[in-house]
Design a protein around this ligand. Structure first.
Ligand SMILES: *Cc1c(COP(=O)(O)O)cnc(C)c1O
Length: 378
């Protein structure tokens, strides 16, 4: 093993249980887009379902279809995917009984073509842009979209199973856009209701709203980051404060240990120069593995019983740490991040070192790093 990402499925199940306690009668959609934020979509989806999530959410239809292909059937999980383009696999998605998010009038003809080709009605969820300004229908288009969807429903071509939206600033509790979006969402729901739509699920909450805004829970919450045990609001609470435990740990075996004299430049650009004679350890992970180059000179590593800091630049495949006077051996295990429960850094620590968010740290861990699953129940 050069390096591996350990994925604690027991922690993931515990996180889903903690979220269920928090949301009461609302359901949980486990968001497993982007290979479950780098954790592995199929094992994480199965663990989330085993812990009581009823829905799976993905960005692309291809991601949702891969879950169906892996054997997660409609009796196991409802699925929703929300990022569509004209060339998307509309027919396959209808055939696989996966809910299609429709963000504008442009998409309905694609759905109806697929329905006619496949010969079964589509499950459609209408997405309102309540202020995020990303996908979703603007208020000016909403009434027409609702009317067109209701007409297709009356013809038996589709079933409108959801009306939903997404927050822009739920990670900043008290931000004025949050209340404004909730009001806009309630208005969008009222328009849909008045037009005769009776969606099974109404949902707007992502992880930060799930943790901080109970009035946003409606019928379903869409939990991504929180189920992976990371805090979407690190300034407000740690994972433990929310009853969550980090799921991914990233470890690597030291590939070289050597003595170097003082004044020795380290890694590209010599941005680090040894302050005196010292021991350098080589960690065989780099930006090709998702270690942010922005964490050069800053990223933390647990090695030889202490926190160390990346010395110099992170390269494509490797980086160096300066052990000072301490000893280590080739083959020793360095922990880049883990739960933090044994003193090691966390993904949040790396996010801070790289000037980003923990979402990006775990999601970008590359395909060259094998995932090993712990705590599976089969
Ligand atoms: C990614 C995503 C989520 C999950 O967000 P988290 O903050 O990770 O919980 C929910 N809804 C949509 C539309 C998303 O794109």
């Amino acid at each position: 093993m050069r390096a591996e990402a350990l994925i604690d499925l027991a922690a993931l199940r515990g996180n889903i249980a903690a979220l269920r306690d928090r949301v009461g009668s609302a359901g949980i959609m486990s968001v497993v887009k982007a290979d479950a934020y780098g954790h592995g979509a199929v094992p994480c989806a199965r663990a989330a379902l085993a812990a009581g999530a009823g829905w799976l959410g993905t960005a692309t239809p291809e991601e949702a279809l891969a879950l169906r292909a892996a054997g997660i059937g409609p009796q196991d999980a409802r699925m929703l995917c929300w990022l569509w383009t004209p060339g998307s696999p509309w027919r396959e998605t209808v055939a696989a009984d996966i809910d299609i998010s429709v963000s504008g009038l442009w998409a309905l003809p694609h759905v109806l073509d697929a329905v006619r080709a496949v010969g079964r009605p589509a499950r459609v969820q209408l997405k309102a842009d309540t202020g995020l300004g990303r996908n979703g229908a603007q208020p000016a288009e909403w009434s027409a979209l609702v009317a067109a969807a209701r007409a297709a429903e009356a013809e038996g071509l589709i079933s409108v199973t959801g009306v939903w939206s997404h927050f822009a600033c739920a990670d900043e509790p008290g931000h004025p856009s949050i209340a404004a979006q909730l009001t806009a969402y309630r208005e969008a729901l009222a328009v849909a209701e008045a037009a005769g739509l009776r969606p099974e699920v109404r949902h707007i909450a992502n992880s930060p709203a799930t943790l901080t805004l109970p009035e946003s829970h409606f019928d379903l919450v869409r939990a991504g980051l929180a189920q992976y045990g990371l805090s979407p609001v690190p300034e407000i609470g740690s994972p433990a404060d929310f009853g969550l435990r980090p799921v991914m740990s990233l470890v690597a075996r030291i590939a070289q240990v050597k003595q170097v004299p003082g004044g020795h430049g380290v890694s590209y650009g010599h941005t680090y120069v040894t302050p005196g004679e010292t021991t350098l350890a080589l960690v065989p992970l780099g930006y090709a593995d998702g270690i942010p180059r922005h964490a050069s000179g800053a990223g933390p590593v647990w090695l030889a019983d202490k926190w160390r800091t990346v010395a110099g630049r992170v390269a494509m495949d490797q980086f160096v740490v300066d052990l000072g006077g301490d000893a280590a051996e080739v083959g020793d295990v360095a922990v880049l991040f883990g739960s933090g429960e044994r003193g090691e850094p966390t993904a949040e620590d790396w996010a801070r070192a790289a000037g980003t968010i923990s979402y990006e740290i775990v999601t970008r861990i590359g395909a060259r790093v094998p995932r090993r699953y712990l705590g599976g129940d089969d």
